[in-house]
Ligand binder design. Structure first.
Ligand SMILES: [Zn+2]
Length: 103
């Protein structure tokens, strides 16, 4: 079967997550880069990007799944807040330190 490049996942974890989404639609995907990271052995797997390939005849369907995935991703990120342990203020997900007390 002919495979076509679909998406570059930021890491192994994301790649397997997307593979699961594709599987739900009965799309068999291939991951590229995953085995490489095992071969290197020294790099933590979470920093290795993984390319996801899908069968050519499922490409359009897969693209829809990816665009839904990315939409959900950005929605989730907007909602995601964390609470400061020190002052209990709510912080946006992209703040590393608390805006209120800098902890
Ligand atoms: Zn705080």
């Amino acid at each position: 079967m002919n495979y076509k490049f679909l998406y570059t996942a930021a890491n192994n974890y994301e790649a397997h997550f997307i593979q699961g989404l594709l599987m739900r639609e009965s799309i068999e995907s291939q991951l590229l880069g995953e085995n490489l990271s095992i071969a290197i052995g020294e790099l933590p797997t979470e920093v290795i990007q993984v390319d996801i390939l899908v069968p050519k005849n499922k490409f359009n369907q897969s693209q829809n799944i990816i665009s839904n995935y990315e939409k959900n991703l950005s929605l989730n990120n907007q909602d995601k807040k964390w609470k400061c342990k020190k002052c209990n203020k709510s912080n946006p997900f992209n703040f590393d330190i608390c805006w209120n007390c800098n902890k």
